[in-house]
Ligand binder design. Structure first.
Ligand code: ZN
Ligand code: ZN
Length: 260
């Protein structure tokens, strides 16, 4: 793999752009994509969360473009301007408007919230009953399916994100995996192989084995991104991902929008 399409910079929760670009160049990548988090929801709760995290690419897009222009002069690597957007069916209008207004090379869509809570928050979900947790995982897939059918994003990121949370782990149903595979078959949106927790926590790539096998059997193509947040993640996660993809016999592609 000579591209990494999912990395974060200080324009969200990652590291300084020049350091990320330098690490990618040094590792020998030909292309790197900065996919900073962005949330454009009008819902009050989401706005509060967004301001807290500082996921404000809707405010800082122009600045980041200027910085990228300078960075490209100094670095011998293709650097893409991308975005990882929080997807929720209630925010579709705002998301579509934002993607149309700005000129990203490609976009990632992610379901990061369930029940108004970030999926990573283990304590919150651990307090729910098993029945409720199963229901929430089903809701996760409802949103993911809708997102894929909508085709607003080029890439669907870490498509079983809830597996990172021990309280939600292992609650997916085969039917859910199958309906997602069907949705990908008909969509321009590609699933991503994501290495965000491949070396810690989950210790596996997303999507996890059972889900991945169903997608592979359905003939779905994957793209890939490490979800690196620090310069040292880039060599570590890329070399790990390369090794695993080789073992699994999975070839990854750039999203169509980058192929033309
Ligand atoms: Zn994410
Ligand atoms: Zn990410």
């Amino acid at each position: 793999m000579d591209f990494d399409l999912h990395t974060h910079t200080t324009y969200s929760d990652g590291a300084i752009m020049d350091m990320m670009a330098s690490a990618a160049e040094k590792y020998g990548l030909k292309e790197v994509g900065f996919a900073d988090h962005c949330n454009v929801s009008k819902r009050e709760r989401m706005k509060t969360i967004k301001y807290g995290y500082g996921f404000n690419l809707d405010q800082t897009y122009e600045r980041r473009e200027k910085a990228l222009k300078e960075l490209r002069k100094r670095r011998d690597i293709t650097i893409y301007s991308a975005v990882e957007m929080d997807y929720d069916p209630r925010d579709e209008e705002e998301i579509e408007a934002f993607l149309q207004e700005n000129n990203f090379h490609y976009s990632l869509g992610s379901v990061h919230y369930l029940d108004g809570m970030n999926i990573h928050v283990e304590k919150y979900f651990a307090r729910r009953t098993k029945k409720k947790r199963k229901k929430l995982v089903e809701t996760y897939f409802d949103r993911l399916e809708r997102m894929i059918e909508l085709e607003i994003f080029d890439v669907a990121s870490h498509i079983d994100l809830f597996e990172r949370n021990q309280a939600l782990q292992g609650l997916a149903k085969i039917e859910d995996y199958k309906r997602i595979a069907e949705a990908f078959k008909k969509s321009r949106t590609m699933p991503e192989i994501n290495a965000g927790r491949a070396l810690k926590g989950l210790k596996e790539l997303h999507p996890t084995e059972e889900f991945r096998n169903i997608l592979v059997e359905a003939g779905i193509s994957f793209t890939a991104g490490t979800d690196s947040h620090a310069p040292e993640d880039i060599p570590q996660l890329n070399s790990h991902m390369d090794k695993r993809l080789q073992e699994l016999g999975i070839a990854v592609e750039r999203p169509a929008v980058l192929q033309s």
